[in-house]
Ligand binder design. Sequence first.
Ligand code: HH2
Length: 257
Amino acid sequence: MGVINVTPDSFSDGGVHLRTEAAVTSAWGMFDCGAAIVDIGGESTRPGSGGVTAEEELERIEPVLLDLSGAPVSVDTSKAAVARRAIELGAELVNDVTALRGDSELAGVVADAGCYLCLMHMQGEPRTMQVNPVYDDVVSDVKRFLEQRLAFAVAEGVREELICLDPGIGFGKTVAHNLELLRRLDELAAIGRPLLIGISRKSTLGKLTGDPDAKTGSAAASVGGAVAAFDRGATILRVHDVREHVEALTVAKAVAG
Ligand code: HH2
């Protein structure tokens, strides 16, 4: 899954894809490099971010979705109004970092459309989530949360076979929490749904490679994280540097047989 943030402030590609033409060109480039789907977002959820209105979000992503008509895209949003319009314009998957807790109408929109859904774990909210994340046991806590949100989505009419789950690397988690989640990913895979992992360019990688104040991580560090996640059961990797990831994952997959 390639990532295109049509935002001025994303930590990973903020500003780069704010113009429609730049976003669309990058997305086609990702498909050429082997992305199966491209995730289009109009709101940054980086640590410290405050949120935008549905109108602003739509203004950013609508022209991009129109130009990518017919291509496999997902929409990174927590808002029902944004998801509804994105689905009209062809989005096949709604990627909701709030796991249907942000907008009470979103579950119905996804259920009615019969599209795919990603439910992600986040402790707290983006503005404050990295202040002091605390868990009893991070893997058990995240697993329980994902099971509950999966049950909620199904009860709201979303078909279980259309749902994937994501532990939310970096969303209210320390470096140690992120590593523990990846190390024990098999426990989350046991829920029985495909796992999506987004570690690409995240600060945990920069911290692990020597900068305690890092806000991002390199492409090489991202690939290392993605391959480790794949080896432990991740099936969808959300990444910014598609060519590098496709090449590395092709080799990892061949080795796994
Ligand atoms: N990470 C980000 C955004 N959306 N969705 C899922 N399912 N999983 C993730 O790990 C995830 C996500 C944050 O990364 P990015 O989109 O690069 O930055 P920003 O939120 O600043 O736009």
